[in-house]
Ligand binder design. Structure first.
Ligand code: UGA
Length: 436
């Protein structure tokens, strides 16, 4: 089966490599010749555990290749996936679909034989149908169907999520497109992966509903954490106590500095806009977004209070900058909302992140001192703020931490350390939703 993947961003590259691993012949297309050249040399533009090895293995086996020649790739294709970016449009929160529609136009010009054109990017309800209209307009003779096959992979765990998904969602309108997609995903039958077959609009909505629901769980537990701090409770026990109810589920109930990343913030905003335009505003998702912004602001206050009411003139060592561990992605990272106000009020910030520092340098104010390793970050610090729960921060030698710091304040915004243990080691320990 010949598969074309348009867009070698996060979703496109991971999906392309994984489909090749399933046994398909995959051609990844991008308009950026430099990127394609680097991919051909085996250089992976993003950090994702296992991706370099997967790309190398499948490229070596001749099942995965990279090109800028969309025309030639599309002519041979049974399935063309559109996996280009859909950033938030400036100002109004709508997803910017110009790349998707441009890809649809180009694909339309080069179709030969029957082809299924599948949206893999997260796109607002109605996009697949619009892609169909565009293709028909550009190439009225074309023999094609459109489909929607949203992706549910997490950065940092993307390959495992793709290879062992909880479900595959296929939004289709024709048995022919459905059969092609089922054939592509056939290796997943071995692990009895449920395939949810729906219409186009439903599949598109499932993606937004899933992300908005997960974001809701996070904002909910962050509110409960705040309540715990005021009434005296432990949010981890609350999460476990409710999560063991199978109807609620234990996952995604970990409190933190607010969700970030390239998906939840963008997708919740897009869903809010879609619902408003449909005349059925989603008051729940609107509240989720507000609570998330408030959570980030609350973290600034938490750090300030931990420092005795003012950060002016204080040195803060920040461990972790990316929106979550195992990625170099800084998009919508809580660090972007939390660190600038501290700098504005006169804090001196030293920071470390295993993968995120190059991107952080371009996004955060230049006053931050970046350090080569976690321990040197702590030199002379009045406070340590743990912002992202990278594994290497979990096992820090606390005696060394204590010795390097000038102060004793630890603000753990991911609740990775044990409060009693930290207090016993002589730290003034602050975390989220647990009263010491
Ligand atoms: C998310 C979804 O989990 C994927 O299923 C989806 O495919 C993806 O968006 C997408 O739409 O492409 P991702 O953004 O990679 O994946 O990251 P998550 O692991 O979901 O984390 C998102 C944010 O929520 C992070 O900032 C994380 O720290 C935070 N989070 C997550 C919490 O604060 N608490 C939790 O319990 C879980």
């Amino acid at each position: 089966m010949n598969v074309v993947m348009i867009g070698t961003g996060y979703v496109g590259l991971v999906s392309g490599a994984c489909f090749a691993d399933f046994g398909a012949d995959v051609m990844c297309v991008d308009i950026d010749p430099g990127k394609i050249e680097r991919l051909r040399r085996g250089e992976i533009p993003i950090y994702e555990p296992g991706l370099d090895e997967l790309v190398a293995r499948n490229a070596g086996a001749g099942r995965l290749s990279f090109t800028t020649d969309l025309a030639a790739a599309v002519r041979e294709a049974d399935l063309v996936f559109i996996a280009v970016g859909t950033p938030s449009r400036h100002g109004d929160g709508h997803a910017d679909l110009s790349y998707v529609y441009a890809a649809a136009r180009q694909v339309a010009e080069h179709l030969t034989g029957y082809t299924a054109i599948v949206d893999k990017s997260t796109v607002p309800v109605g996009t697949a149908r619009q892609v169909g209209r565009i293709v028909r307009e550009v190439n009225p003779q074309a023999d094609f169907d459109v489909a929607s096959n949203p992706e549910f992979l997490r950065e940092g765990a993307a390959i495992g999520d793709f290879m062992r998904p909880d479900r595959v969602v296929l939004g289709v309108e024709s048995p022919r497109a459905e059969a092609l997609l089922r054939e592509l995903y056939r290796p997943l039958n071995l692990i009895e992966t449920p395939i949810v077959v729906t219409g186009l609009e439903t599949a598109e909505l499932i993606k937004y509903a899933a992300n908005a629901f997960l974001a809701t769980k996070i904002s909910f537990i962050n509110e409960m954490a705040q309540l715990c701090e005021h009434v005296g409770g432990d949010v981890h026990d609350v999460a476990r106590g409710i999560g063991l109810d199978g109807r609620i589920g234990r996952k995604f109930l970990h409190p933190g500095p607010g969700y970030g990343g390239s998906c939840f913030p963008k997708d919740t905003l897009a869903l809010i806009r879609m619902a408003q335009e449909a005349g059925t505003p989603s008051r729940i998702v609107e509240a989720v977004v507000e609570v998330n912004a408030a959570q980030k602001a609350r973290m600034v206050l938490k750090i300030r209070q931990a420092l005795g009411g003012s950060e002016a003139g204080k040195t803060i060592a920040v461990l972790g900058l990316t929106f979550k561990p195992n990625t170099d992605d800084m998009r919508e990272a809580p660090a972007l909302a939390i660190l600038p106000p501290l700098l504005d009020r006169g804090a001196h910030i030293r920071a470390h992140d295993p993968k995120g520092m190059p991107e952080a340098r371009s996004l955060l104010p230049s006053a931050i001192d970046y350090c080569d390793d976690p321990y040197s970050t702590l030199d002379g610090a009045d406070a340590l703020v743990l912002l992202t729960e990278w594994n290497e921060y979990r096992g820090l030698d606390l005696d060394q931490v204590r010795a390097r710091m000038t102060g004793r304040v630890v603000v753990d915004l991911r609740n990775v350390y044990d409060p009693a243990h930290m207090t016993a080691r002589g730290f003034e320990y602050h975390c989220i939703g647990r009263v010491d």
